[in-house]
Structures are given as C-alpha cells and as structure tokens.
Write a protein of this length. Sequence first.
Length: 303
Amino acid sequence: MVACDGAAAWEAQPNGQLKLAGAGSECLSQEGAAAGSEDAALQGAIAASSSSDSAHGAAMAVDGSSSTFWASAMDPVGPVSLTLDLGSEKRLADLDIDWEYPAKTFSVDVSSDGIKWKQLYGTDSNVLASTSIALGSTAAKHVKVTMREAASSFKGHSVFGIRSLALRAPRLRAVVEDCGLAAKSADARDKYFETYVSSASAADSKALRSELPSLEAARASLATVVAELAQALPKITSCKGAASFAKTGHAQEATILFQAKTTTRETQLGKDVEKQNGINTASVAALLKESRRIIVAARGALV
C-alpha cells in the first residue's frame, strides 16, 4: 500500500488484459495450477510434541482420511503442539479442525521462518468437536496448534486428538509477467472484465464491521459459561440425567435435544460479505447448537 500519487497505473487492453503503464509490456496475471483453493496441510510436513503411538502419529491428522486420527500421550505434562511446515509461504484463508479428543484451551500461531511466531487465535473455552478459524489470508510457511487443557477424556485420562486438520489456501497468486506470455495461458487468468455499477463504496460494510467486537465478546462469554457448565455436569452424579451426559470416549456427533425453529437462506453474496469481513456464521451456529444441548441436559439433570 502506497500513497495514491505513487501507486502503479494500469491500462485496460482491448483483449481484457491489464497492462502496467509505462515502458515495457507487462500484464497482471495469476500463477499456479488452477483456480480455487487447496488444502495446504496435505502437502506439508507435520510434527507433534507428543503422540500416543505410531498408529496415531502426527501424520494421521493430515492424511485426508476420516478413519485415522492423531492422539497425544495420556495425561500429557505441559502443552502439546502440532507444527506444520508448508514448504513455502502460503496465503492462508481458513483453518478447520475436526477433533477426536477436543482441546478446551488451545491457540494457533503462524510464522514465516519457524522462529518468530504470531498468535492468530486463542481460546480457553472450546466446547465444539469441530473448529473453523478464519486466518484472513495471512502469509505464513509454518502453522502451530498448541493445546493446553483437554475438554474430554479417555477412560479417565486427559488426552488430545485431531481427526482432521485442514488449511485452506488459494491455488493462484497474483503476478506480473510479459503480456504475450500471459496471453498464452490455457485459461483466462490474465483477463479482467470491467462491469458497470451505478455506485460503489468501500465503506458499505462499515456498520457491519463496527458490530464485530460485540459479536466476538458475546461469543466468548457464551463459550466460557457453557464450557464451565459442561465441565461441571459430569460431576453431578446424584442428579437425574447427569450420568448419561458424561463423555468418556472419543468425540461423537451429539444428539440434538433442542432444535431451532427458524431457518435461514444464505446467498452467495451473503457468504462473500461474511468472508470479506471475517464473520464465521457456521462457527457461531455450531456454538449455539451445542449450548442448547448442554443447557437442556443441565435442566434435565436438575429437574
């Protein structure tokens, strides 16, 4: 980002290319195999600070199979981390984790050199078996998930486990190359088509973005209360229904005890707005669904 009077100028060409103004013949294009996104974790190298055995090693979290999973050693002392080396720097859009043994407290850090790390996400109140985290197209070569407190147990032992860890990144990246060479591509990656709009404003989502801190504060508050309630419920052994609520095995799909009566129709425009503004409605909906389940279970145990 530079001052407007110092920014590069582009010239729209009759063939749809955008040529860099000035001397030479260089056009805006895209580099990569194809359009769309890819799971960068599948091509990376992964290591774990703790694993239960060779059958549940770190590679099981990124092998693309739903029948395998990584698991830490029982009752780990101190934090347990999974570290990914993506091989080269990627623009990371999202991180999706399907937990086998969920972590209640964990964080996500990224790095370009594996030495200096930057935390992008952290929570101490996770109650979900699946986690989706928007990474905002952050450029990174290394990604680390650090788990500190388990949300579930196996035969009374604390343990962490991940069935699937996926890092979504775009396959293409913007480049400038010779206009003639760019035009020889098999697809239209060097073509940019202008569309008329009556008006446009970069501030259209300003009001929406101003509410995001309140949404995040409410989400964090709800998650904290529900996590405390979920942790307390199995201990109420003398109450009706408490025993059936306790989870001692690996993560399973929860039985829906309360179903919301409202339905929503999400358009592609709505999805685009959410993505551009860092709103993860799927994660919020999953938290509300799990919160209802836990609250209904608590009421059943106390009635």
